[in-house]
Design a protein around this ligand. Structure first.
Ligand code: SAM
Length: 272
């Protein structure tokens, strides 16, 4: 059974992490943070929060594990296929004549989103002019993204999404199967650069024509969402796009005035 976690202990933990590792969980949505914390206490059999705080403080590998548990990494290829279809049918035609198409996957997790973009661009004949920057706070997921090795059992859902996206081929044209795993075609990463980047504290110096920030803002509280969308507004090129997850919106953010709604259903916004 989940034990009740005191808000004072949460603050102590957040302060410890901030002072030792420089990462700020202070404005993560409390309910989801608490839920993940309760799971960690149960799985790693901690007696109380004092033990958790001490372990995180002195044990960097455990902190990395903690980070991974707290920041949800769930992802899929062509997740929300209608968004990818919209991207292909309405966003790609806008950027297709750019000499370079600069794309940022700002919370790429294990890379499924990045491979999806590479495939979509390749099928649209745009891959060669794309420069894709992919980042996440978690180094472990970036390593997985680079490796492109995924459980074969995930490929049914990924393939189903790809069909709904109306891809030109079959998804298995882009990977090799070996038993329980598949290995993505590494040529899809030819124009991709991965880097660890923290959306909360990082300052992006590049500019992008397409930014994806999907299924991550929901883990932040509203002031933090506002702050991050403000940062995106600064690094989206004029006429560039910001795509969020289906349950997210910039509607109430201050920087909403910097964007036009390009697709309300698919949560795609265009920089004025
Ligand atoms: C649920 S996954 C979403 C992955 C992908 N964008 C998608 O929609 O399928 C959320 C990702 O956000 C990352 N994340 C959480 N906090 C972050 C932060 N402050 N900066 C960058 N990435 C962060 C997590 O590590 C995780 O990989």
């Amino acid at each position: 059974m989940e034990q009740e976690i005191d808000i004072i202990d949460i603050r102590k933990l957040v302060n410890t992490i901030k002072s030792v590792y420089g990462f700020d969980f202070g404005e993560y949505a409390l309910s989801s943070f608490k839920r993940r914390l309760a799971r960690i206490i149960e799985v790693y059999k901690f007696a109380n929060m004092t033990e958790v705080i001490e372990k995180v403080r002195v044990d960097k590998p455990f902190y990395e594990l903690f980070l991974k548990e707290v920041t949800v990494n769930t992802t899929e290829m062509f997740r929300d296929p209608s968004m990818w279809k919209k991207l292909k049918e309405t966003v790609f035609p806008v950027v297709k004549d750019y000499s370079t198409i600069r794309i940022w996957h700002s919370a790429c997790s294990t890379g499924e989103e990045v491979y999806s973009m590479a495939i979509a661009l390749k099928e649209a004949g745009l891959y060669d002019k794309a420069r894709i920057f992919a980042s996440d706070i978690n180094e472990d997921v970036i390593a997985k993204a680079l490796e492109g090795k995924y459980p074969a059992r995930n490929m049914e859902l990924n393939g189903f999404n790809y069909e709904k996206f109306e891809g030109k081929l079959k998804l298995n044209n882009y990977f090799k199967s070996t038993g329980d795993y598949v290995f993505m075609d590494q040529d899809l990463l030819r124009n991709v650069t991965f880097r660890k980047f923290d959306l909360v504290q990082g300052e992006q110096t590049m500019r992008f024509d397409i930014i994806l920030c999907r299924n991550v803002l929901i883990y932040f509280n509203l002031p933090l969402q506002d702050q991050i969308v403000g940062k995106f507004a600064k690094c989206t090129s004029q006429g560039g796009f910001l795509a969020l997850g289906s349950k997210e919106t910039i509607a109430w953010c201050k920087s909403v005035e910097n964007y036009n709604t390009f697709s309300l259903e698919e949560k795609i916004y265009q920089r004025k």
